[in-house]
Ligand binder design. Sequence first.
Ligand SMILES: Nc1ncnc2c1ncn2[C@@H]1O[C@H](COP(=O)(O)OP(=O)(O)OP(=O)(O)O)[C@@H](O)[C@H]1O
Ligand SMILES: [Mg+2]
Length: 302
Amino acid sequence: MHQVPFFTLLGQPLIIQWLVKSTAFNRLRVFVVLIQKMPKLSVRNLSKSYPNGNSEEVEVLDNISFDVHEGELLGIVGPSGCGKTTLLKIIAGLLEADEGQVFIDDEEVHPGHNRVGYIFQQESLFPWRTVRKNIQFGLEITSVDSSRMNERVNEIIEIVGMDGLEDNYPHEISGGQARKTEMARSLVVSPDILVADEALSNLDAQTRNYLQEEFLRIQKRTGSTIVFVSHNVDEAVFMSDRILVLSNIPSRIISEYEIDVPKPRIRTSQECLAYRSKILDVLKVEQEKAMSRSRQKQSVAT
Ligand SMILES: Nc1ncnc2c1ncn2[C@@H]1O[C@H](COP(=O)(O)OP(=O)(O)OP(=O)(O)O)[C@@H](O)[C@H]1O
Ligand SMILES: [Mg+2]
């Protein structure tokens, strides 16, 4: 559903009349309600194609629109190669869309903006820097003075639970600890939004489960707004407030699920398993479509 940007609403004649006539208290109340309803992130009609090497364009994202509210954890699942990373990169300002817009707090953002923290699909710690220096990295290009920088880095090390390991190098910590360090590096600059691309992949099942709980604990403590891409439907159901399911390319939003189960959730509860099964069914249909398309292509080629 398209939401009217907040400042457009304020410009409507009836609203202007009401603003003039109402008491200051009522104006303040309505203002607070409107601010609360305003999405933190608004993605509007994003489309993106890439050249495929044969001087042709392959459409990857097709008119994607959604909102994310303050403090919400939005999960995104979809078939491999459907454009999840492309979508996150556009939101984070690392890639330009062909069409569409991204708004943060109702303000349009453009490539190069730095309001989104990014946890990459591949491990991305600097091997020559300690945990502390890796986390500090984001603050070094800001004008924060060194005592405030140390204070903030210590605070975030404590939040993610990396105390005692801050002087270790990446090769001296586990995969799970590396993911926590990456999360800390993104959070240290207090970004408006955090996007996480398969943040917990390549970990054994036990560590993954533990880190899912840690991720939720850290989100609760920091109040972060998070867009979380995952291949793992169980993980998405366990963690997300809402899940979007994307189709094969050209990728569209084919389903949306509000996960109406209080947190902390029990992975094997009937409610979680029911969401899991619905989402897997939708993904299975997409997989079958992709396989039948590839069979058709093969039969045309032979
Ligand atoms: N820079 C690029 N140039 C050309 N094609 C690209 C480029 N980046 C991605 N693609 C293609 O766009 C499609 C979507 O890629 P993307 O990495 O966004 O998918 P994904 O959903 O994140 O995949 P995965 O689930 O495997 O991580 C893929 O077919 C990929 O080959
Ligand atoms: Mg990806």
